[in-house]
Unconditional design. Structure first.
Length: 237
């Protein structure tokens, strides 16, 4: 029996026993919360349990690395839908320690793809830069910062939505037990009069080293001695 077959067999028993009844809810998140996180199997159950989220509390969006590589990708689209259609007012970006997307590169994938029979022509497509498309990140904290900034500064994201970033420990679920005592960060959206980047230039904007210029970044130390630091990143970029 394949894994899919075993899953389907369990499903038939689950439905017959009405195991679903304890999870009944509607499509609107009770906490008006959306969480963008990684698809890592260690977080399949741990993420919701560690954050105290029950079925129906939040919209959970997952991909490889909890990133938004393009402001027009499916993760960003889901967040926009969550805000305008489902009443979300707060967004958490939750990356995790020892993430497989850290240091990921197309070079590795290329060899694996060729080995699995993918033709060379498919790896030299003119319509997509596979090197960029399959590139991971090299610093988890910076990746979270960039993702938060991408969401906050998206042309379609209203300024009254709170966006905060976290790193969760993959084994314990502790959001404050990662390397340095950085537990969360958030970026305040500049006023629209300040001039948000145009949509066609937005992808380049979020990758530029001056990404936080003109914004305030709030860094919170989540520990027994809670410390909040407001850092003017204008001189820190």
């Amino acid at each position: 029996m394949t894994s899919i077959d075993s899953v389907l067999a369990f499903n038939r028993e689950y439905v017959a026993s009405k195991g679903y009844e304890k999870h009944l809810t509607d499509k609107y998140p009770d906490k008006k919360l959306a969480v963008l996180s990684c698809m890592d199997t260690r977080l399949s159950v741990l993420l919701q349990e560690a954050l105290g989220l029950r079925n129906g509390d939040a919209k959970i969006i997952k991909n490889a690395g909890a990133v938004i590589p393009s402001p027009w990708d499916s993760a960003m689209r889901s967040l926009i839908v969550a805000v305008y259609e489902l009443g979300v007012t707060e967004i958490m970006v939750v990356a995790h320690t020892t993430c497989g997307a850290c240091h990921m590169s197309f070079g590795h994938f290329r060899e694996e793809m060729l080995h699995r029979g993918i033709p060379e022509a498919a790896l030299n497509r003119a319509d997509v830069d596979l090197t960029a498309w399959l590139e991971g990140f090299h610093n988890t904290e910076r990746s979270v910062r960039d993702t938060v900034a991408t969401i906050v500064n998206h042309p379609l994201m209203p300024s009254d939505v709170t966006v905060r970033g976290f790193v969760i420990e993959s084994a314990t679920g502790d959001v404050s037990a990662w390397g340095q005592p950085l537990g969360s960060l958030s970026a305040a959206k500049p006023g629209r009069a300040g001039g948000l980047p145009k949509a066609d230039n937005f992808s380049n904007f979020v990758r530029d080293k001056t990404i936080f210029r003109g914004m305030k970044v709030v860094i919170q130390r989540v520990s027994s001695a809670s410390v909040t630091i407001c850092m003017d990143t204008k001189d820190k970029a």
